[in-house]
Design a protein around this ligand. Structure first.
Ligand SMILES: *[C@@H]1O[C@H](CO)[C@@H](O)[C@H](O)[C@H]1NC(C)=O
Ligand SMILES: *[C@@H]1O[C@H](CO)[C@@H](O)[C@H](O)[C@H]1NC(C)=O
Ligand SMILES: *[C@@H]1O[C@H](CO)[C@@H](O)[C@H](O)[C@H]1NC(C)=O
Ligand SMILES: *[C@@H]1O[C@H](CO)[C@@H](O)[C@H](O)[C@H]1NC(C)=O
Length: 579
């Protein structure tokens, strides 16, 4: 009972930071006390750089505080008026180490002349701290140059930090809370949940589903890696979150929501997801405004999800498969690109020029899930012979070829896969940076290399150029992990990025105010966005850990997808003695 009362009392104050360390405790000094009115000073010496702060004052009498409006706001007053919580205003969130923050405290109260004078004790909490415990580092394995188990653990944490909606009690990210709970469809359907796309707070179905397909494929092929590293349950939770959202967005047989949030409104807001208050319109495809690309990608994600979950959770898997079949039928019957159906929304961010690659890929996944011949026929009908550009959120051509090779064993697929990797590997048509990274595209250069590293590991698994593909994949992933002298994964390895272009992690702890100033402030992001793979080097090979550079230093759900699955592939090779 006592413990319960304490917990309730603590939670009258902001619960989220109940455990944050107090930097300084001081008494009210320089007091002038008139018996009914007083003034005094709180002088806090700064022991560290402060970003966002909170002062809790405990008086010995009930007090009506006339606080300094310029510097703080009153965040909380206890019902007995003896306890006040003050919060910094936006303009005064940052304080340098060794400075003294002085607060003039003026208040009214009443006492008898014989009573003791007014007194107060105040604590100062630096909201740059978030109470997040650094994940424990799994034991290193001598034959692994980088700790793959640690990367898997952290990459899954990155996806946890991208969660939108009502967070479960198992949430491991202390600086994230419930957000965007009212996301809804045009008839009020609940569309909360899913992942925020990148450093922003839009939810885009097309890249989100593409991410799930790649992650589920990695889990299917390299489950032993997740098992051996103790991450299997975390990994199931990781992909279940967006899979549940994908099912929600399928609101009628021929209707799928593909975007939540307006790109301009969202991008003009710099702050936490928990603090958003702009309109969040929703966008859907229908029979009249079809999108075979996005519908077939949803089908791929849910069919791959079915395979991943069919033993673990058969009921959930069956639901996934039902939705996958329906959305694929929708994609087939009402053809078109979602870019032409929704030219003013997702098209500007994740445009799609054709849907053949997703029809091929979705059909192949449904064939793998069901064994039904018609899906294989569909997949083959949409397959384009020849070398592929690569694998990305918008292009699944090579992924489909690898699946068709796996399913049919026909030589023509092997020929095109081999041709594609001839383009990609050193001496091919795609340039390389001096650090060894293949440069398909300078915006998010690392994810393109990581996606193909994963495809190479799967092709190798299916018996194609096994040694060459494995060693090439390893070289690409090792650039991301540190081979150029630095890590490109937040919170991992040597000199990792600490200023990712990511709104929520750039803010101090709730409830400190946060806005545009967080984008340009010089210090590292207050919260470590463990596991986020940043965009990476420019086409000249340069890289700056600069929060304002969204090409080199943003993170995104699709960036980590092939990357995490490739790391699982390397861990699989390590476990099986083939690294
Ligand atoms: C605050 O005042 C109390 C009571 O007078 C005293 O015991 C304590 O040492 C003071 N603390 C500081 C930091 O001056
Ligand atoms: C803060 O003060 C300490 C102790 O005097 C000193 O060692 C340190 O260099 C100072 N830091 C800065 C940034 O001035
Ligand atoms: C839809 O499919 C039909 C039949 O294959 C084709 O003639 C038509 O061009 C397609 N429409 C679009 C928008 O791709
Ligand atoms: C096809 O992929 C599955 C796993 O998804 C694998 O077990 C099987 O061996 C592969 N078949 C071929 C021919 O590569």
């Amino acid at each position: 009972m006592a413990a319960f009362v304490v917990a309730v009392l603590v939670c009258l104050l902001p619960c989220l930071q109940a455990s944050l360390p107090v930097m300084e405790t001081v008494n009210l000094t320089q007091i002038n006390d008139w018996g009914n009115k007083f003034e005094g000073m709180l002088l806090f010496p700064m022991k560290e750089n402060v970003y966002g702060w909170e002062v809790t004052i405990q008086f010995n009498y009930p007090v009506v505080l006339q606080h300094n409006q310029a510097v703080t706001t009153i965040y909380h007053v206890s019902s007995d008026k003896k306890t006040y919580v003050l919060l910094n205003k936006l303009s005064d969130g940052g304080i340098q180490v060794n400075d003294t923050r002085s607060l003039t405290i003026i208040g009214q109260y009443s006492r008898m002349t014989s009573d003791p004078p007014i007194a107060a004790t105040a604590t100062f909490v630096n909201l740059v701290h978030d109470g997040q415990v650094a994940p424990s580092i799994p034991p290193a394995v001598a034959t692994e140059k980088y700790n793959y188990a640690e990367v898997l653990e952290k990459s899954i944490l990155f996806y946890e930090a991208q969660r939108s909606g009502k967070l479960p009690p198992t949430n491991r990210i202390p600086w994230r809370g419930d957000s965007a709970l009212t996301d809804h469809g045009q008839n009020g359907e609940d569309l909360s949940g899913g992942w925020y796309d990148a450093g922003d707070h839009l939810k885009f179905g097309y890249p989100q589903a593409g991410t799930v397909s790649m992650l589920a494929w990695g889990l299917i092929e390299f489950k032993d890696a997740y098992e051996a590293t103790g991450q299997l349950d975390n990994m199931y939770d990781c992909i279940r979150w967006p899979l549940e959202w994908l099912m929600k967005t399928h609101t009628a047989r021929n209707e799928i929501y593909v975007q939540i949030g307006d790109g301009d409104l969202d991008h003009h807001f710099w702050g936490r997801a928990e603090d958003m208050n702009m309109a969040r319109p929703s966008y859907k495809i229908t029979a009249d405004n079809p999108g075979s690309d996005v519908a077939a990608e949803y089908a791929a994600a849910m069919a791959a999800g079915y395979i991943a979950f069919k033993e673990k959770d058969p009921a959930f898997a069956a639901e996934l498969l039902r939705h996958a079949k329906e959305v694929y039928a929708f994609a087939l019957e009402y053809n078109g690109t979602y870019t032409s159906s929704l030219p003013k929304s997702a098209a500007q961010f994740y445009g799609s020029s054709d849907y053949d690659d997703e029809m091929c890929w979705g059909g192949a996944w449904l064939y793998k899930a069901t064994g039904e011949e018609k899906y294989l026929t569909n997949s083959k009908n949409y397959h384009h012979p020849g070398n592929s550009w690569g694998q990305s959120w918008g292009n699944k051509d090579i992924g489909c070829k690898v699946l068709l090779h796996n399913i049919t064993g026909e030589a023509k697929y092997a020929t095109d896969i081999t041709g594609t990797f001839r383009d990609w590997m050193p001496g091919g048509t795609i340039p390389y940076l001096s650090n060894g990274l293949v440069l398909r595209n300078a915006w998010g250069s690392l994810r393109h290399s990581a996606n193909m590293a994963f495809i190479a590991l799967v092709a190798a698994e299916y018996g194609l150029h096994t040694d060459a593909y494995r060693s090439w994949a390893k070289s690409q992933i090792h650039v991301a992990l540190g081979d150029s002298g630095r890590s490109f994964v937040v919170g991992f390895g040597v000199n990792p990025p600490s200023h990712p272009h990511h709104r929520s992690s750039s803010c101090p702890m709730m409830p400190a105010p946060c806005s545009q100033e967080a984008l340009s402030r010089p210090g590292p992001n207050p919260h470590t966005l463990y596991g986020g793979l940043v965009g990476g080097p420019s086409k000249e090979g340069s890289y700056q850990d600069n929060r304002q550079d969204y090409q080199q230093n943003e993170v995104a759900v699709d960036y980590n997808a092939g990357f995490q699955s490739a790391v699982a592939g390397l861990k699989h090779l390590s476990i099986t003695g083939q690294l």
